[in-house]
Design a binder for this molecule. Structure first.
Ligand code: GLN
Ligand code: ZN
Length: 763
């Protein structure tokens, strides 16, 4: 009979219980036993929710105090020396020090690096690899929790990150070496882990996550798969190798040939893989079909999934076909029932983790007992799909007509940058090496309080606007005082750069409890883009014109770009992402044009998420970059030559996308650079970036106030590769997380550094 299982469940808790408990523990406001109690409660609740829904195999090891990759790292005893845990079982505070550098006990230390988990917004702790490292079991967490679930009567499937994915995600520290060399030492460690799991009475399966199989992998890594899994001793356990986030493509044969008892594929991102694997998997191997979307919040169309699954079950046999969400449910919010903000119509289109369990079990029953057994559930699902297809709230003909009428010219400024320069100079009257900031200024307690009170209905709109105007006035005055050239209003009215715009656009919805873990205790609540996007009225024009009225200097308008809005939201799945992005771009285009008409002559459209939107496979980059760049240009090309378009990105890894960045054709781009000591500039030695650029000289991630000389030195360095007439002077990113005590002197120093360099002969 078909088995329903999950690869992982969100651990943060429907009410973010884990977050609260962790933060209390870190702050010293609670003790370890209270934290452990919260963890235990959540694990049991989640196992119970899954089992009661009818899921046959519940995962263990998916619960984590911080990050499941770090859990595998500690399980393997791959603890960097500086944490001082040699020979012992890694205790919880050591684990927290690895994650965050501090814990209630133990010395402060540099934590492990953190980076994005594939193309999700989840961040994992990067394993540190050294040539001479040894592996040993240094954590009992997986075994203890598995025992705990077994004792509670659950049928379990322990999960951990597989050996090749763990190695791939690791970073070499110290002497360079090929990290694949570690595999020979790693496999015996994994064998010992499986041995320990096999010793627990009642464990039949173990899940090894190998999502790197959806990446482009070098041949030697692919070759390592059969070797690793061939050598991995199973001690009688059945091994399920789980892949997700994309198609296997050329890697498929390597997965199909692995000497394991089951493989899982993401049939949402890569529906064709099911057929292909069904015909290439050998004899008894179980095929787990990840058919319920684990990355998005939409309710599944059960009947159309059954149309795929039924023939598959006939082909390979119901016993060999398992069903699951496409990936861990970690990436979706916990429970739609807890949600209080969404209206009923929207709600019926959605499924969060708990609701996805039901979908899974309905599918399983339909496969085992026939569709009639779940006819009610199928009916509801059909109605919801139909309602989405027909809803006027989703499909707005005006938006679609407008999109159809878009011409290539609309995504192109009417003259090249060289010719736009003179009218922009005439409009803005800027000195050499103009100084500016990235947009936000310190979000003081008072600002946050006003915003909160207004949202809660405790203060009137009038009072709220007055409070924001006060903040803008102070921010403008401060900028004049330190002598910046292009000013900003400071963004006091924005709690979040996507939410602020999404709340004013048709087609976006917001939840009050749709939290998803981003890293550690940090969660985000992504908006849901459910329908055609339209801008009913201007979103920022009043704030910007008010700010401009306070100063003679140019005021820069400040918007969030279309790709970033897409990337940081749950996106509708009934049309291509590119189309949704274009709709957002058109809405922003109106805003850009309105700002211009209101006299704003410099407009910044931030795209910090442009790079993270890159597809996992290289072959898909080009088409992504094409529509991403086109969308930015669609948003920004409606202005006159004399209006200066800025953009901003908070990273400096440009090398592989520099041409796309240049293609944005922003007049000015600001980027992060100070932390890497202007390393980013290397690319500009080879690539002749045509427009203006402001490599950040002030590291805003640190509370330190940088000295004039440091910033002047960075500028001089920049001047070696970017001619002075195209160089700007700015911080790395927005200043919202900093305090005025830091920002004032830092910006004054930055302006002084610009002056100092201006007085020197150009390089
Ligand atoms: N304009 C935004 C700010 O200054 C940009 C934020 C970002 O790059 N993430 O806060
Ligand atoms: Zn930034």
């Amino acid at each position: 009979m078909t088995i329903a299982h999950t690869l992982g469940f969100p651990r943060i808790g429907a009410r973010r219980e884990l977050k609260r408990s962790l933060e209390a523990y870190w702050a010293g406001d609670s003790d370890r036993s209270e934290l452990e109690e919260t963890g235990r409660e959540l694990r049991h609740r989640h196992w119970r929710q899954q089992a009661e829904a009818g899921v046959d195999l519940v995962p263990t090891g998916d619960f984590s105090w911080y990050d499941h990759v770090l859990d595998t790292t500690t399980l393997l005893g791959a603890i960097p020396e500086r944490f001082g845990a040699a020979g012992d079982e890694v205790d919880l505070d050591t684990y927290f020090r690895m994650a965050r550098g501090t814990a209630p006990t133990g010395d402060e230390v540099t934590p492990c690096e953190m980076t994005k988990w594939f193309d999700t917004n989840y961040h994992y702790q990067v394993p540190e690899l050294t040539r001479d490292m040894a592996f040993r079991i240094a954590s009992n967490k997986l075994f203890d929790e598995t025992r705990e679930a077994l004792a509670a009567g659950h049928r379990v499937k322990p999960m951990l990150v597989g050996p090749l994915t763990w190695l791939w995600l690791g970073k070499v520290k110290g002497d360079e070496f090929d990290r694949l060399e570690l595999l020979d030492r790693l496999i015996p460690a994994y064998s010992r882990i499986l041995e320990r799991l096999a010793d627990l009475d009642g464990v039949e399966w173990v899940q090894l996550d190998e999502p790197i199989l959806s990446l482009d992998l070098p041949e030697e890594w692919l070759q390592a798969f059969p070797r690793a899994y061939g050598e991995l001793k199973s001690h009688g356990l059945k091994r399920m190798v789980a892949t997700y986030f994309g198609e296997l493509a050329d890697n498929r044969a390597h997965l199909a040939d692995l000497p394991v008892e089951g493989v899982h594929v993401d049939a949402v991102r890569a529906p064709k893989e099911l057929e292909a694997l069904a015909s290439s998997l050998s004899g008894e191997t179980v095929l787990s079909a990840g058919v319920v979307d684990g990355r998005n919040v939409w309710r599944a169309d059960l009947e159309s999934l059954l149309d795929t699954l039924e023939p598959l079950a006939r082909e390979i046999g119901g016993d060999r076909l398992w069903i699951a969400p496409a990936c861990s449910l970690l990436h979706v919010p916990v429970d739609l029932e807890q949600e209080g903000r969404l209206d009923d119509e929207l709600r019926q289109w959605l499924a969060f983790a708990v609701q996805k369990l039901d979908e899974l079990v309905h599918l399983k029953r339909a496969l085992s007992e026939g569709r009639d057994a779940v006819s009610d559930a199928l009916g509801t699902s059909r109605q919801a799909s139909q309602a989405r297809r027909d809803s006027k709230r989703i499909h707005r003909s005006a938006v679609q007509d407008r999109l159809k009428a878009v011409t290539a010219d609309m995504a192109r400024r009417s003259t090249p940058y060289r010719e736009r320069r003179a009218p922009q100079e005439a409009n803005l009257g800027l000195p050499e090496l103009p100084t500016t900031t990235i947009g936000s200024f310190p979000q003081t307690k008072a600002i946050r309080r006003s915003r909160r009170d207004y949202k809660a209905g405790h203060v009137s709109e009038g009072d709220y606007r007055e409070a924001m105007k006060e903040a803008i006035k102070d921010t403008v005055a401060a900028q004049e005082e330190v002598g910046l050239d292009v000013l900003v209003h400071g963004e006091p009215e924005r709690a979040d750069m996507v939410e602020y715009f999404g709340e004013q656009l048709a087609g976006f919805a917001f939840t009050d409890s749709g939290w998803v873990q981003s890293f550690g205790s940090r969660c985000v609540r992504p908006p849901v883009i459910f329908g055609d996007v339209e801008r009913p009225e201007p979103m920022t024009v009043d704030w910007s014109t008010y700010a401009q009225s306070l100063t003679e200097r140019p005021m820069k308008g400040m918007l969030t770009g279309p790709v970033t809005m897409l990337q940081w939201s749950f996106v509708r799945d009934d049309q291509p992402r590119s189309e949704t992005t274009r709709q957002i771009a058109l809405a922003l285009r109106d805003e850009v044009n309105d700002l211009e008409s209101a006299g704003i002559r410099a407009i910044q459209v931030d795209e910090p998420a442009l790079r993270e939107g890159l597809p996992l496979r290289r072959k898909d980059w080009e088409s992504y970059l094409e529509w991403a760049v086109e969308s930015f240009r669609l948003a920004t090309s409606g202005v006159e030559d004399g209006t200066q378009v800025h953009t901003h990105m908070c990273y400096a890894e440009f090398n592989d996308i520099i041409e796309a960045i240049a293609d944005l054709d922003a007049d000015v781009i600001s980027v992060e650079a100070s932390r890497s000591d202007m390393e980013l500039l290397d690319i500009f030695r080879e690539f002749d970036y045509p427009n203006e650029i402001g490599p950040g000289v002030y590291d805003i991630h640190s509370p330190r106030v940088p000295m004039v000389e440091e910033m002047a030195r960075l500028l001089a360095k920049a001047e070696e590769v970017i001619p002075r007439e195209r160089l700007w002077v700015n911080p790395d990113c927005g200043l919202k997380t900093r305090s005025w005590e830091e920002v004032r002197p830092a910006l004054a120093n930055m302006v002084a550094a610009a002056k100092q360099v201006r007085e020197r002969q150009p390089a």
